[in-house]
Write a protein that binds this ligand. Structure first.
Ligand code: CA
Length: 243
């Protein structure tokens, strides 16, 4: 099978060289472009497997590029890993809401960057679990936490945990794509549709309560400071057994 083609969009040469070095060392193909406009052109022509995207670019900035890629059906499904300066949390939140998959902040460790990149590639191969999947069980922490999406029941080591509808919705949403950060607004939209019953502040309250109910496994619901939340543990999918 062909190696993944990674497009690195970064105007600072020392950083793009560093990323290229690590991408190639992993055995992947790497291509570097230093401008947003050129990136758009290359992406439309070559359809890379994944884009590593710096947000601060000279001509077309990273968020605008992200917006255009996610708007076009031909490029919409190409995953994006944002590379951003520290202190640009607002831009990271916007990027993720536009459809970017994950992010790292500068200065980043190459190890972390590659771990996130490979996580996206791995997830891309596996079938994503649509929220609202019926008749399935999502299993977390080696199967000790089970979310029965059909019956709306969560259990730890076989013991049923009483969650509110909102807590269940949040856990289910995060578990559908473990390792991926979700912003508060994305959680609100997924759990309550467009209703404004849930606010950013109340998401935090529900998360706190959810963690408490999950006990020891509450730690799997991680806070990503300034951005949102993610489920740290891998999830596996099984058929629900109703015996
Ligand atoms: Ca830059």
């Amino acid at each position: 099978m062909a190696e993944p083609n990674i497009l690195i969009v970064e105007d600072e040469t020392d950083i793009s060289d560093l990323i290229r070095f690590h991408v190639e060392r992993e055995g992947f193909n790497a291509k570097v472009v230093h401008s947003g406009k050129i990136a758009l052109d290359v992406i439309q022509r070559e359809r890379p497997t994944l884009i590593v995207l710096d947000l601060m670019l000279p001509d077309l900035d990273g968020l605008e590029l992200c917006r255009r890629l996610k708007w076009e059906p031909g490029t919409r499904s190409i995953p994006i890993l944002i590379v951003s300066a520290k202190g640009e949390e607002a831009d990271i939140v916007t990027g993720i809401e536009l459809g970017a998959d994950d992010y790292v902040t500068k200065p980043f460790s190459p190890k972390e960057l590659m771990a996130r990149l490979k996580n996206i590639l791995r997830r891309q191969k596996e079938q994503l679990i649509p929220v609202g999947t019926n008749g399935k069980q999502l299993k977390i922490a080696g199967g000790s936490l089970v979310i029965d999406t059909d019956r709306h029941v969560v259990s730890i080591e076989g013991e049923r945990i009483e969650l509110t509808l909102t807590e269940f919705g949040i856990l289910h949403y995060l578990a559908a794509r473990p390792g991926f950060v979700r912003t508060r607004d994305q959680i609100i939209a997924a759990v309550h549709g467009d209703s404004a019953v849930l606010s950013s502040r109340t998401v935090d309250v529900h998360i706190t309560s959810l963690r408490r109910k999950l006990g020891e496994l509450g730690r799997t619901v991680e806070t990503v400071r300034g951005v949102g939340y993610r489920l740290a543990e891998p999830t596996t999918v099984g058929e629900a057994s109703h015996d």
